[in-house]
Every structure is written in structure tokens, then in C-alpha cells.
Design a protein around this ligand. Structure first.
Ligand code: GTP
Ligand code: ZN
Length: 211
């Protein structure tokens, strides 16, 4: 049974985990790897790793919908494509907790309202700073933008390298995975999709209409 300590953090599943619990888990991993968590060089490591994990997984404590709440309507009727491209991100795969490092391209076709452009990068980070698989992250970003802004279309393309397959396992450095999610006009209108792919520098044949 897990006993919650005072000041415990609430995590998903209702289980409360303190910093001390996290540090003890890291001490266990160090012992399991074959080292001594009490030797001088490793004494501060559990605290450092716990703080690093807090940063890696800070997306769990942020509501993605909140990020998109502030919108602007005074755009003088601007209704063309808005694209934020080459947004670098760092995430962690849910299978190995190994880094996923890549770039995302996010676009939408506004219907009356636009959002501050930095919010697209913030939305990406909320989902990146969780345990992820790339397909789910791609869909989550697109679906949230679509649900909250209700634009005429949304497109998300992510190109990322998975360290679980570059530094371990199958050891294939230099590989990257490309995922996409096209909604609304980006899905139904090939010329809209082509325009987006040209802006982000991908040939139209890379991503077909069934994405
Ligand atoms: N589709 C998808 N697969 C991923 C992602 N991140 C990691 N994986 C894969 O998840 C799979 C997990 O496979 P398992 O066979 O359960 O794990 P494993 O024994 O460590 O497999 P290897 O990585 O092949 O050594 C691996 O093929 C990983 O490459 C992702 O974002 N999307
Ligand atoms: Zn992995």
C-alpha cells in the first residue's frame, strides 16, 4: 500500500507521490544498475533526477484548453492559412521513457478568431512534456486546436527522432519518424494540403489524403 506523505503531489490515478518517494525510486535504480547511491558523486543525483523529471513531465499539470482561451477577433477578416513551422520540442516515449526530439509544424485556417502564435508552441509543449507516442501527440495537438478554435481546418506534422531506437535496441541513428494529422479543409482539399506542405518544405507526395 502507498502511504501519502504530507505535501504529496497529486498525480493521475489519485496516487500521491512525494519528492522523497521519487528520490527513493531513483536510489533503487542506481543500486539496480550496480552502483552505490551513497557514494559522494551520486549523493545529489536522486534530487537532481527528480527535479529533471518534474521538468520533463510538467505537461501533466497544465490544461491545454486554458492555453487557447485568449483569442483575437480583430483581424480585418484575415482568413488565410496560419502556419508555425519548425517548432523544436523534446518529449519522452511512453515505452522506454527515452527522449523523442524533433520539430513540429502546426497550421490552421481561422474562422473569425485567431490565437496568439506562441500559444501553438505552448500547446505542443503541454503534450510533449508527458509520456508519449508520436501518433497520439500529433492527434492531441490537432484535436485540441480543432475543438477549441473551431477553425476551418487544422494540420499538424511532426518529424522526430526516437532515442529508444537510435541509442538502444535496434540502434538506427539518423532515422526520424514523420506523423501527420489533417482535419477540415487540410483533409478534404488537396490544394490546401499542398500549400501547407510546400510552406513546411515537404513534397506533397510525403503525406497523402488519408493521413
Ligand atoms: N508507433 C510508435 N512506436 C514507438 C514510439 N516510440 C517508441 N516506439 C516503439 O515502441 C515499440 C515497443 O516495442 P516492444 O517490443 O514492446 O519493446 P522493446 O522490446 O524494447 O522493443 P525494441 O525497441 O525493438 O527493442 C518499439 O518498437 C519502439 O520503437 C512512437 O512514438 N510510436
Ligand atoms: Zn521508446
Amino acid at each position: 500500500m502507498t502511504v501519502a506523505r504530507p505535501g504529496a503531489l497529486t498525480r493521475r490515478g489519485g496516487i500521491k507521490v512525494t519528492q522523497a518517494d521519487a528520490e527513493e525510486a531513483i536510489r533503487t535504480l542506481i543500486r539496480w544498475a550496480g552502483d552505490d547511491p551513497d557514494r559522494e558523486g551520486l549523493r545529489g543525483t536522486p534530487d537532481r533526477v527528480a527535479r529533471a523529471y518534474r521538468e520533463f513531465f510538467k505537461g501533466y499539470s497544465i490544461d491545454p484548453v486554458d492555453i487557447l482561451k485568449r483569442t483575437f477577433e480583430e483581424t480585418d477578416g484575415y482568413d488565410e492559412m496560419i502556419v508555425l513551422r519548425d517548432i523544436r520540442f523534446e518529449s519522452h516515449c511512453e515505452h522506454h521513457m527515452a527522449p523523442i526530439i524533433g520539430r513540429a509544424h502546426i497550421a490552421y485556417l481561422p474562422r473569425h478568431r485567431v490565437v496568439g502564435i506562441s500559444k501553438l508552441a505552448r500547446l505542443l509543449d503541454v503534450y510533449a512534456k508527458r509520456l508519449q507516442i508520436q501518433e497520439k501527440m500529433t492527434a492531441q495537438i490537432a484535436n485540441t486546436l480543432n475543438d477549441v478554435l473551431q477553425p476551418r481546418g487544422v494540420a499538424v506534422v511532426i518529424d522526430a527522432s526516437h532515442q529508444c531506437m537510435t541509442t538502444r535496441g535496434v540502434h538506427k541513428p539518423g532515422t526520424s519518424m514523420v506523423t501527420s494529422r489533417m482535419l477540415g479543409a487540410f483533409r478534404t482539399d488537396p490544394s490546401t494540403r499542398r500549400e501547407f506542405l510546400a510552406i513546411i518544405g515537404l513534397p506533397a507526395s510525403t503525406i497523402g489524403s488519408s493521413s
